[in-house]
Design a protein around this ligand. Structure first.
Ligand SMILES: [Zn+2]
Ligand SMILES: [Zn+2]
Ligand SMILES: [Zn+2]
Length: 501
């Protein structure tokens, strides 16, 4: 299914709004059931379809395009099976080829995103974010928090509300935002030169040259992005920015996942027309862009954030008497709304030597298997006297394993079936036992292994920590349900060996 265009100078049909041979703009065509391809949407037979089924000679198309952008076809260019937007408009294939060439992946809306966990920051030193003092002065950081001119890399600075510090963590298995956005900038420069015939924009020599460039911050399930500016890189995995900036994503302040997009990438490659036609398709897309952050318009959760330099002694006295927090007046963001000080002069109570100190990558991320993660968790639980390992085991089983097994068991009984050869999907397996399209073998789409994988760990965990009879019996019943579906497992099966005891 493709939207159809016609190049009038080459007199040929194409699926692109610009002819890939002569580079002239093409004319959009519509498909009428009676007349065929027509140059207008409204036919005398009714409304013509904006797209039609069309065979395209992908080899010739790609050869023409790679010639035009003067880029060899990369070994692997990933794509999607069909288009899901209303008019079935595809992106220009040159973009996908150039992205593959620069080893970057794309979101459904045409942009490249970097996902991170949001973390608030109000102050930093140039050294912590590895940005030279001269560069920061260019960006407007002329004075430190005490009003002294910025000269050294250990002076403390208050972050501007729309500045962001990107993660470039050497302890994490994930690639840092510096490396990823550096490659995106190269992709965009290539795209401007080779496809659009324009000058390159970024011209970066190294990832640190990203400092000063603009980005869009966008939280999941929202469609309003906010413009930010990169000022440096931390060694953490956090997306460090002013609390007001995080609140402008319309999410909670801390620990939420959000993403950044290079601004020019969004302006150049985003299109509302790529978004799926179904409801929810416009979520997670930068449909609206906020350019200036106005504190009174951000998520009101941040309004209650304290911004004093130190807590008054009466707060501690009040705490001793178990008084409610609002009984002692402490300055919050709310008190500054509409005033000039809504943007600066935020205080903090405890200084740190370096924001990059401490554990920068959780063992949960580096330990490869769930079995080892859980064993590690239980070991720590046994070591820490403030933690009751029985409760930990109980919580892991109740909150994770049982839910996982029950959920997957239900999915198994409602699953689709699939042909191994032609990938045709079936609501129920055909009586014939083979694919009615190509005679291929029919298989499950949900594997037995994915259902039973946490059953044995739950049972052995419950036994080892001698958990309540209620929990043990719930697990026993669940085991019987699983056996009703799959039969009793052979004892020798590797995946079902005991994790505990
Ligand atoms: Zn043409
Ligand atoms: Zn017609
Ligand atoms: Zn088949």
């Amino acid at each position: 299914e493709f939207a159809i265009y016609k190049c009038e100078s080459c007199n040929r049909i194409t699926v692109l709004p610009k002819c890939e041979i002569c580079d002239k703009p093409t004319k959009r065509l519509y498909y009428c059931q009676k007349c065929g391809l027509i140059p207008f949407e409204q036919c005398k037979h009714g409304k013509a379809s904006p797209y039609t089924l069309k065979q395209i000679d992908i080899k010739t198309l790609i050869t023409n395009i790679t010639k035009r952008i003067d880029t060899p076809l990369p070994a692997l260019v990933k794509g999607v099976r069909g288009t899901s937007n209303k008019d079935h408009i595809p992106e220009h294939p040159a973009k996908g080829i150039l992205r593959a060439h620069h080893n970057i992946t794309v979101n459904k809306d045409g942009t490249v995103r970097y996902d991170m966990t949001q973390m608030g920051i109000t102050h930093f030193t140039p050294r912590e974010i590895r940005t030279p003092v001269e560069k920061l002065r260019e960006l407007g950081y002329l004075y430190d928090v005490d009003g002294r001119p910025l000269e050294r890399d250990d002076q403390l600075l208050e972050i501007f509300p729309q500045d962001v510090i990107l993660p470039a963590c050497d302890a994490s298995p994930d690639e840092g935002a510096d490396k990823v956005f550096f490659r995106v900038s190269k992709f965009i420069d290539d795209l401007l030169v080779k496809l659009y015939g324009l000058e390159p924009f970024y011209n970066l020599n190294s990832p640190s040259d990203l400092v000063g460039h603009l980005v869009l911050g966008l939280a999941p399930h929202t469609s309003a992005a906010i413009v930010g500016r990169i000022i440096g890189f931390s060694k953490t995995q956090g997306y460090l920015a002013h609390p007001l900036f995080h609140a402008a994503h319309r999410r909670d302040l801390d620990g939420d996942e959000s993403c950044l997009i290079l601004l020019l990438d969004a302006l150049l490659n985003f299109s509302r027309q790529y978004l799926p036609a179904h409801r929810g398709g416009i979520q997670d897309a930068p449909l609206v862009i906020t350019v200036t952050l106005i504190p009174s318009e951000v998520d009101d959760m941040v309004f209650d954030m304290d911004c004093c330099q130190r807590y008054p002694l009466e707060l501690y006295y009040a705490a001793q008497e178990y008084k409610m927090p609002w009984e002692v007046k402490v300055e919050t963001v709310k008190d500054r709304l509409g005033k000039e000080t809504q943007y600066y002069g935020y205080g903090f109570t405890h200084p740190v030597t370096d924001i990059n100190n401490g554990v920068r990558c959780s063992a949960y991320k580096t330990i490869p298997s769930m079995e080892e993660k859980l064993k590690g968790q239980m070991e720590i639980a046994e070591l820490i006297s403030a933690v009751d390992e029985h409760t930990v085991a109980e919580l892991v089983i109740e909150k994770h394993f049982i839910r996982d097994i029950k959920g997957n068991l239900r999915k198994f009984s409602m699953q689709q079936f699939r042909c191994v050869q032609c990938n045709e999907k079936f609501r129920r397996p055909p009586l014939k036992g083979i694919c009615p399209v190509c005679n291929g073998r029919i298989i499950f789409t949900i594997a037995e292994g994915s259902i039973v994988k946490y059953l044995e760990p739950s049972l052995s965990l419950a036994k080892k920590y001698n958990l309540s009879p209620y929990l043990k019996q719930s697990l026993e019943l669940l085991k019987r349900r699983v056996e009703d579906v799959f039969g009793k497992p052979k004892e020798t099966q590797l995946g079902l060996r005991r994790w505990f005891g």
